[in-house]
Design a protein around this ligand. Structure first.
Ligand SMILES: [Zn+2]
Length: 234
C-alpha cells in the first residue's frame, strides 16, 4: 500500500498569499481534496491530507504528521505570489541520501503537471530550495507552486474549478506514473445489453447463497446499479 501525504499549504489564521479575491489556503485545500478523490479511484494507495478544513497548522505539525504516519511520499501544494507567471516545483537543496531518486520522481511529477496545465502556462523549472516541508519530511517529497495568485490572468484561471481539477489531475497523473498505480475495477455496467439470438443468451452469475434473503439483498444492490437480475434456485 502506497501512502501519499498531501499538504494543503497554509490554512486557518494563515491565508497564504491573497490577491484578486482569492486566498491561497482555499485553493490549496480545493486542489488537495480533488487529488484525494482522484487517488481514491486507484488500487493500493492510501491518502492523508494535512488538513481537511480551514485549520491552522504549523509547518512542524505538518511534517510531524507525515513522518508519524510513515508516508511514502509527501506533496505540499502552494500557489505562488510576487508578480510572476507559471508553474515551478521544489525539492530540498541540501545533501541527503536518495536525492537523485527524489529528483527523478519530481521530474515525473513536474512533467505531468505541466502537461495537464496545457499550453500557455510558463514552465519556471524544477528547482531546489531550503523549505521546511521538503527538508523536515523523512520521506521523498516535493513542493509545487501552481501559478501566481497576484497576476490577474493567472488568478482568472485559478478562479475556474475546471482549471483546479487539471492542476489536481496533473499531480495525480505524476503519482500514478511514479508508483505505477492502477485503477480500481469499475462497478458500472460497461455496455447496454444487446438482444441475443434465441438460445444464445449469456448469463453472468455473481453469487450463490444458502439463505434466500442474502440473494435478494445482492439482487437489490445490482438493480440499483442498473443491472437486471433474477433469482434461480439451484
Ligand atoms: Zn504558499
Amino acid at each position: 500500500m502506497v501512502k501519499i501525504f498531501i499538504d494543503a499549504g497554509h490554512g486557518g489564521t494563515d491565508p497564504g498569499a491573497v490577491a484578486n479575491g482569492l486566498k491561497e489556503k482555499d485553493l490549496t485545500l480545493n486542489i488537495a481534496r480533488k487529488m484525494r478523490d482522484m487517488l481514491n479511484e486507484y488500487e493500493n494507495v492510501t491518502v492523508k491530507l494535512s488538513r481537511e478544513g480551514d485549520q491552522t497548522l504549523s509547518l512542524k505539525q505538518r511534517t510531524d504528521a507525515a513522518n508519524a504516519w510513515e508516508a511514502d511520499y509527501l506533496i505540499s501544494v502552494h500557489i505562488n505570489a510576487g508578480g510572476g507567471t507559471g508553474f515551478e516545483s521544489f525539492t530540498y537543496n541540501g545533501k541527503y541520501s536518495g536525492k537523485q531518486e527524489t529528483n527523478r520522481k519530481r521530474t515525473i511529477l513536474h512533467t505531468e503537471i505541466m502537461q495537464a496545465l496545457g499550453s500557455g502556462i510558463r514552465n519556471r523549472g524544477e528547482k531546489e530550495a531550503n523549505f521546511h516541508m521538503v527538508r523536515e519530511s523523512t520521506m521523498e517529497s516535493a513542493l509545487t507552486e501552481n501559478l501566481f495568485i497576484d497576476t490577474k490572468a493567472e488568478a482568472d484561471k485559478l478562479k475556474q474549478d475546471a482549471f483546479l481539477t487539471q492542476v489536481a489531475k496533473g499531480h495525480v497523473n505524476g503519482l500514478v506514473r511514479i508508483f505505477n498505480l492502477s485503477k480500481k475495477a469499475t462497478t458500472k455496467p460497461v455496455s447496454k445489453p444487446v438482444a441475443a439470438a434465441p438460445g444464445k443468451l449469456f448469463k453472468v452469475q455473481v453469487g450463490a447463497f444458502a439463505d434466500k434473503k442474502n440473494a435478494e439483498k445482492l439482487a437489490d444492490e445490482l438493480k440499483k446499479k442498473g443491472y437486471s437480475t433474477y433469482i434461480v434456485q439451484g
